[in-house]
Design a protein around this ligand. Structure first.
Ligand SMILES: [Zn+2]
Length: 385
């Protein structure tokens, strides 16, 4: 089945829709839990299915280095390898090359880097990023973009944005060759794969608008906004999203990469975004931080030592229905593996449930009242941090 996206309801700039992929449909706006190594840390694929996760994100950089996309292709692709039958989106690996890899240098050809595992030398080009994702067989592949170190001068941001556009055209050419079966040596494990372009341009609205227009000219199944949530103030990010989203085709999904907090997600939906991913719910769970309807809660805090209430009184997840704050604090302090698991189950439930409530409110024309109530709830108890 080929890729398709349809908007089914609108409320202001917020949209509800359905994104159809080779491995099933996703109700949008949607949140994608991050499974860096083909696994979401702390929970199993069965847990994710029970939580209602409709799509996962996996990281190309990690899977390319270990166990290798060649091996995964020989195993039938990432879905079969990882035992996950629902949709998968893979990033291009660019962000990790720029943030994790050692001794990286960037030129027009691509990114030269050394593995953070063994120091081996690698070259990541736009074409190679497309090849790796074809072998992984994700349902949505991302183009390789240049991730600029911040803060950056406007001239450098423009040069980087223009290089990302040239890379986008190369990535699209390669993707179409892969789709046409004209890429010998590459095992295409998912013929129904779609490819998304990425808008760059830093915090400069004019560069963002230019990047969006030129990326749309290349032509992709969907579009992402990259390079945000990298240290800029929230209101700056919201403004850039508000300026960029309307420059993208109304009939294609819009993905805000790496964002963000529950508040960020609600505010980005209000500005027309459909897809999100973020490590916050899973990473913070392992660090003992729970996202709740009343704000964040650090479960290791001494004030929860004898608190027999659930983490979030409004939550219906397995963790909240079964365990007290006091018990979860004990597990966290004792460094039990179950601490990470139970906290992750709750945080992912909170994120996925928030997106579910967003979708419902858009369908019923009540998004604005949901948005106000949601923000009020988050500040209804003193935050632990
Ligand atoms: Zn819960």
């Amino acid at each position: 089945m080929s890729f398709d996206f349809q908007v089914t309801a609108r409320d202001g700039a917020a949209r509800r829709g359905v994104m159809r992929t080779a491995h099933g449909a996703i109700d949008t706006p949607a949140f994608m839990p991050v499974g860096t190594q083909g696994a979401v840390k702390g929970v199993t694929q069965r847990d994710l299915e029970l939580l209602g996760a409709e799509i996962l994100l996996s990281n190309t950089y990690h899977l390319y280095l270990r166990p290798g996309d060649d091996l995964i292709a020989r195993q039938g692709g990432l879905h079969r390898f990882a035992g996950w039958t629902r949709p998968i989106l893979t990033d291009s690996g660019g962000y990790q090359v720029f943030s994790l890899a050692a001794r990286r240098t960037i030129d027009e050809q691509g990114a030269h880097f050394r593995s953070h595992h063994d120091g081996s030398a690698h070259l990541r080009t736009p074409e190679k990023a497309a090849d790796i994702q074809a072998q992984l067989g994700s349902d949505v592949a991302m183009v390789l973009d240049e991730c600029l170190a911040l803060p950056a001068e406007p001239g450098d941001v423009r040069a980087s944005m223009e290089r990302t556009l040239r890379w986008a055209a190369r990535a699209r050419d390669r993707f179409l060759a892969l789709r046409a079966g004209e890429a010998p040596g590459v095992i295409v494990t998912n013929p129904g794969q779609a490819q998304f372009g990425i808008v760059q341009g830093g915090v400069y609205p004019d560069l963002r608008e230019e990047s969006a227009a030129e990326t749309v000219k290349v032509g992709f199944e969907g579009y992402a906004i990259g390079g945000l949530s990298v240290g800029e103030a929230a209101d700056v990010m919201y403004d850039i999203v508000a300026r960029t989203a309307p420059c993208l085709p109304d009939d294609r999904p819009r993905y805000l990469m790496g964002v963000g907090t529950p508040s960020d997600i609600v505010e980005a939906v209000a500005r027309g975004i459909d897809l999100f991913d973020c490590v916050l719910p899973t990473r913070n769970a392992r660090n003992g931080q729970l996202f709740t309807s009343q704000g964040r809660l650090n479960i290791g805090n001494a004030r929860y030592a004898e608190d027999n209430g659930p983490p979030d009184p409004a939550c219906t997840c397995y963790t909240c229905r079964t365990f007290s704050r006091a018990y979860l604090r004990h597990l966290f302090l004792a460094r039990e593996i179950n601490s990470a698991t139970l906290n992750t189950l709750h945080n992912l439930h909170f994120y996925l449930d928030t997106l579910s409530r967003i979708r419902e409110s858009v369908s019923f024309g009540r998004f604005e009242s949901f948005r106000v109530a949601f923000h009020q709830g988050l500040s209804s108890q003193p935050h632990d941090s």
